[in-house]
Design a protein around this ligand. Structure first.
Ligand code: NAD
Length: 321
């Protein structure tokens, strides 16, 4: 993947760019985010177990660390952008965990989407090591990570956020304090309920319209100017040839993987269960995303959920792998 960082990033991070930052997790999101921080002038040490991810960041001026612990040594800020709660826990507190290596007074910003209880527990463990923590998951997909237009949902101390807002503003256009530890990931899960279920609704709308012989572009134009307008429709009409830029135009290349949407809805449902809240539509949507796994499609964009509903009519081209 080649990501292009806009030069305007340099101005946004003014005032903090002599800060040593360690960045762990250089995948779909982490790599362009780390690249933006380098472009903004931050001194970055990076770590990912995948050598090609490290090489890509070294090529733009980051220091590729041989281990996670080496990456965080001396860093004032450590950012984690990892798949799920167990990965974050392992990275921080496992046999090679970095928490004990972090300097007292430094700050851990976990930008992964994980469950609120794990996030709160890790904030408590960090505090015991003298490390401040923010949960700061994001929304905006890989395009938002490249452009620095993510929404960043922050849980933790407002004063710590105020201090680190210049850095987070390099990554996101909307950096919002949501409350105490765990509030950022809680808001993120609430967002994922809307994103995940509305994508299924858009897919159902296209499946029906297709079977009725309605032109897919006409459907997009009418619904996006009507009460059915939503982000899922505007970014991901699930048939090719509508926008030319939708994942459906490129064999459902992500974007945001179906496996991650299933994971996020799992987290939302587990959280809801713990609080005795019934989420029937989310539950059904989660089942559909799980079916993508059964069909070997969970590494495709989550809009591939359409292929579970549609017949073999025009626009249901099998995904390219
Ligand atoms: P990804 O799977 O593409 O990347 C994760 C990276 O973490 C991989 O490169 C992996 O090698 C690395 N990694 C795993 N364990 C590690 C460790 N111990 N130390 C260092 N690196 C490690 O995932 P992603 O799409 O970048 O998503 C990251 C997080 O952001 C997830 O929680 C996801 O739900 C969330 N998110 C993703 C998107 C998106 O569009 N992809 C959008 C918003 C939020």
């Amino acid at each position: 993947m080649t990501s292009r960082v806009r030069p305007s990033a340099t101005r946004q991070g003014e005032g903090m760019s002599d800060t040593w930052v360690a960045f762990m997790g250089l995948g779909t999101m982490g790599r362009p985010m780390a690249e933006r921080l380098v472009a903004a002038g931050y001194r970055l040490a990076v770590y990912d177990p995948l050598p090609e991810a490290l090489d890509a960041l070294a090529a733009v001026g980051a220091q590729a660390a041989p281990s996670a612990r080496k990456a965080v040594t001396g860093a004032r800020v450590v950012i984690t952008m990892l798949p799920d709660g167990p990965h974050v826990r392992e990275a921080l507190t496992g046999p090679e965990g970095v928490l004990q290596e972090m300097s007292p007074g430094s700050t851990l910003i976990d930008m992964s989407t994980i469950d609120p209880p794990t996030s709160k527990e890790l904030a408590g463990l960090a505090r015991r090591h003298g490390v401040r923590m923010l949960d700061a998951p994001v929304s905006g997909s890989s395009a938002g990570a490249v452009d620095g237009t993510l929404t960043v949902m922050v849980g933790g101390d407002a004063g710590v956020l105020a201090e680190l807002r210049p850095l987070l503003s390099v990554l996101g256009r909307n950096v919002v304090h949501c409350g105490d530890h765990g509030a950022g990931v809680s808001v993120k899960l609430a967002n994922q309920i809307v994103a995940g279920t509305s994508m299924v609704a858009v897919a159902e709308s296209y499946a029906l319209a297709q079977s009725l012989g309605i032109d897919p572009r006409l459907l997009f134009d009418v619904v996006s100017a009507s009460s059915g307008d939503c982000w899922a429709l505007r970014t991901r009409p699930p048939v090719p040839g509508v926008l030319g830029t939708s994942p459906a135009d490129d064999g459902f290349r992500p974007g945001f993987r179906g496996a991650l949407m299933r994971k996020d809805l799992d987290l939302a449902l587990a959280t809801a269960e713990a609080h005795a809240v019934n989420l029937p539509v989310t539950s059904r949507a989660r089942e559909l995303y799980a079916q993508l796994t059964g069909k070997g499609l969970d590494d495709r964009d989550f809009s591939a959920v359409f292929t579970l509903l549609a017949g073999e009519g025009p626009g249901t081209r099998p995904p390219r792998r």
